[in-house]
Design a binder for this molecule. Structure first.
Ligand code: SF4
Ligand code: SF4
Length: 206
């Protein structure tokens, strides 16, 4: 199981630019969603006239389902400056891949809980590290896309774009660099060094 918790108000404010389209994923049975906090955030943004649209759905980790559900919101998403995704890390990665040219923000951190883990139909994964980095990595998870789970950039060992640990995979940080370049957000690589808090990487119930 896993828990999604809203990021701090300060962090959210720094992420949310202009008009916001909100995607709430009430997920699978294995996810605990911060319903009250998400509703309060949506209300506050609506009072500021900043909500371009909202969809509350489930299983956004399934891109085929999600693209059908988003069809009627296409204009609102196109007009929005930011797509805010309130879900586990898999959901955010799915939406980021679907809108590679769009500013897609992870509004939640994802924490592990003991028990059954949901099964996603995707290659992308979330290791529930408790401190989601997707907002500074262009929506590609550095914990699962990099063999060393590096959070501050490439190790320097990649050759021809392949990971030095596993030649069968692309270097995750080369993918992250390309995605950030695509959305014009290479500036985020200049942000202060990330210090990973491994205490958040533990089961919440421990
Ligand atoms: S950085 Fe990766 S492992 Fe951590 S919460 Fe985000 S998607 Fe999950
Ligand atoms: S080559 Fe790339 S993916 Fe592999 S460990 Fe180094 S930074 Fe991570």
């Amino acid at each position: 199981m896993l828990i999604t918790r809203l990021k701090s108000a300060e962090t959210l404010e720094s992420l949310l630019k202009g008009q916001i389209f909100i995607i709430n994923c009430h997920g699978c049975r294995e996810v605990s969603f911060p319903t009250a906090e998400a509703e309060a955030l949506e209300k506050a943004l609506a009072e500021q006239g900043r909500v371009a649209g909202v969809i509350t759905t489930d299983y956004i980790c399934n891109p085929e389902n999600l693209s059908v559900r988003l069809e009627k919101h296409a204009d609102a998403i196109e007009a929005a400056d930011t797509v805010l995704v309130l879900s586990c890390g898999v959901g955010v990665q799915t939406v980021s891949a679907m809108f590679p040219g769009k500013r897609v923000c992870a509004g939640c951190d994802t924490y592990p809980l003991p028990g059954f883990q949901g099964v996603t139909p995707l290659e992308v994964d979330c290791r529930q590290c408790g401190e989601c980095y997707l907002n500074i990595t262009g929506g590609i998870c550095p914990i699962t896309a990099c063999s060393k789970s590096l959070v501050n950039g490439q190790c320097g060992g990649a050759k021809d774009g392949r990971c030095e640990v596993d030649h069968n995979m692309e270097c995750g940080w080369e993918r992250i660099y390309r995605r950030l370049a695509q959305v014009g957000r290479l500036d985020v690589l200049k942000c202060p060094v990330q210090i990973r808090n491994y205490a958040t990487d533990k089961n919440v119930g421990e």
